[in-house]
Ligand binder design. Sequence first.
Ligand code: TPP
Ligand code: MG
Length: 756
Amino acid sequence: MFATVPNPIPARMKGLNRAEICDANFQQFVRDWRGPVQARPADADAVLPGSALDARGFVELLESQLISRHLDLMARVLRVQNKVFYTIGSSGHEGNAMVARLTRHTDPAFLHYRSGGFMAERFRKLPGMDPVMDSALSFAASREDPASGGRHKVWGSKPLWVLPQTSTIASHLPKAFGTAVAIEQARRIGHALPVPDDSIVVCSFGDASSNHATAQTAFNAAAWTAYQKLPAPVLFVCEDNGIGISVKTPDGWIARNFAQRPDLDYFAADGLDLASGYGEVERAVAHCRRTRRPTFLHLRTTRIMGHAGTDFEVEWRSLEELCAVEATDPLLRSAAIALESGLMSADALLALYEDTRARCFAAAHDADSRPRLENLAEVMQPLAPYSPAQVQAEATRYEHAAARPGVFGGEAKLPETQPPRHLAIQINQALHDLFAKYPEALLFGEDVAQKGGVYTVTKGLQKAFGPRRVFNTLLDETIVLGLAQGYANMGLLPLPEIQYLAYFHNAGDQIRGEAASLQFFSNGQYRNPMVMRIASLGYQRGFGGHFHNDNSITALRDIPGLVVGCPSRGDDAATMLRTLAALAKVDGRVCAFLEPIALYMTKDLYEPGDGGWLTAYPPPDQAMAFGEERVYAPEATDLLVLTFGNGVPMSLRAARTIEAERGWRVRVVDLRWLLPLNEGAIARHVAECDRVLVVDEGRRSAGVGEGIVTAITEAGFGDRPLRRVVGADTFTPLAGAAFLVIPSEADIVAAASAMA
Ligand SMILES: Cc1ncc(C[n+]2csc(CCOP(=O)(O)OP(=O)(O)O)c2C)c(N)n1
Ligand SMILES: [Mg+2]
């Protein structure tokens, strides 16, 4: 009934610059329009007979598509002039504007880098916002970029609930799923959400990305949730352009892979054609919102102008194929609809096209004149905020006295009135206190609920606080950490547990690339505070092998902005947990709490039965200052031992031997905080002592010890006699051989002797 886009467009130009060709194609297509024209005003009727889209909606969507397109074209031109620093565009994907039109600005959105049309359309949802200028500032890496403050070209907006995403494809799906779960769960625990209760989460990504393990685990977790009739209102939008950089997605693969997945409800819409695609997008959005089930919207798109400005497709694809792809340009289809429906004349459409181009260039030139990030302090400003006074006040804030007798089984059983106990018990009691203090705290992971974790550290928490706040997840660390980010996005305080440090590594990107980077890439506007507990480190007797004794602290040590704490005794664990929770609450920090497994049950220090490693429970108004070390024998100056974790009791024992053998008095310092290292404290102790031993149970290379030695040297004490006692650069073997690869008391004594 209505004319379709001529296919293929004549290959009039064999030019390298396909952006110019796509640009010219559009203009020529409109100028040459000879299709039927029926004059009519823009009203509320269907844009075309049979379409679910009304005329006014169509015109607005077209405007959003044009904004997206001209931002791409502008970027291609101004990149070479060094005014713009990003050329991965949205051309061919502009139909995703339909998803924005049919969702709300309060539906949290985690977007694909080609969701420019979505972004332009979402900007309509709030008055007074300008998608062109805001985007131009981001393209120009201007300090005034409202999304990232000039730190990356991202789709992001605080008022529009678009959380900026990293370039790591698929890494955002677990947290999008987590946010959807959080929306539902918050209500169930009486937590006030920052968005309406019936919000859904929008999560877009490419067809190639859908194959990624991180994407697949999110689909699986969503289906696992829905299968149990639990809500997970996430709308996965697969923007299927049939290709990933240069690798084609097999024809039909997305439908084959997703159309029949149980508990992932599949909808397919033509993202190339607003008139025919709109109704199906509308059904998918309505389905997700109404049923609260995970929904998969397969949106047909195309990719024109290459993967990025640096991708010269003519070098690796035939011209015929390129022209055929360019003929599917959704803007040609939108132009046809505009002309055919009589909503626009060719002149009016061309004028709108040129006006939009002019707007984008004007904004880009304006953005180029704005200040960029000019010094390191500016760059790092949002990375790791720290407000000492507020953190201290929050950590010691104590207003839950009335709840505690109920939690601990009576006034007479309050833990601070009990005899000294070991680490596992004190962590457990501190968690009970934190849960009483923070009604928004959630603890989850593998086996943490009824069983109370492999080492019973979380025992009783579920009973005390219920299955909505303490629960088992499915077995996937990526999802555990994706959930944590999702809960945090909705204002909850997540305490995810990673069962063993060795199993952090396969999900590490969720912290390294995602959680720890959010404040940085959102210029401090979004934050995902959490306290991640990880059972860690070696020295277990009778339960061994590498994977239960992993000592790779290195994997955490270089994550910008992350806080890593590692207590060696129960009282420190309790006060440190309070400080970590406060850092999360006050400054939105992502925190890792390394629990030395081998010390969980340790009761004695020097002799069997001496109870030397039992500690009293610190009352709930006490906390540890962030960065503060614990010093044993502060008056001693002959030898300084800088250590942490299992190294602390070992060093204390070794110190006795050293004192007996050499007559040296030994000062042992438990650093407790491994990231950031307290370089000032290290330097202070070194300055006061004659010799230094660094005892680091982590690995020799890139371990904590390297950081300590560097701090000593940089503080000007490079000439102090110094030795390192460190783990070997190896995996840990099973049984007794495990002790060959990690420091021992004898090693510490021997290192001291070597300095005599
Ligand atoms: C985890 C990861 N691996 C590789 C890349 C490099 N990379 C960027 S985009 C891309 C292809 C993505 O294709 P698709 O998901 O189909 O999205 P499209 O670009 O086609 O929209 C690749 C391999 C990346 N960003 N992240
Ligand atoms: Mg693709």
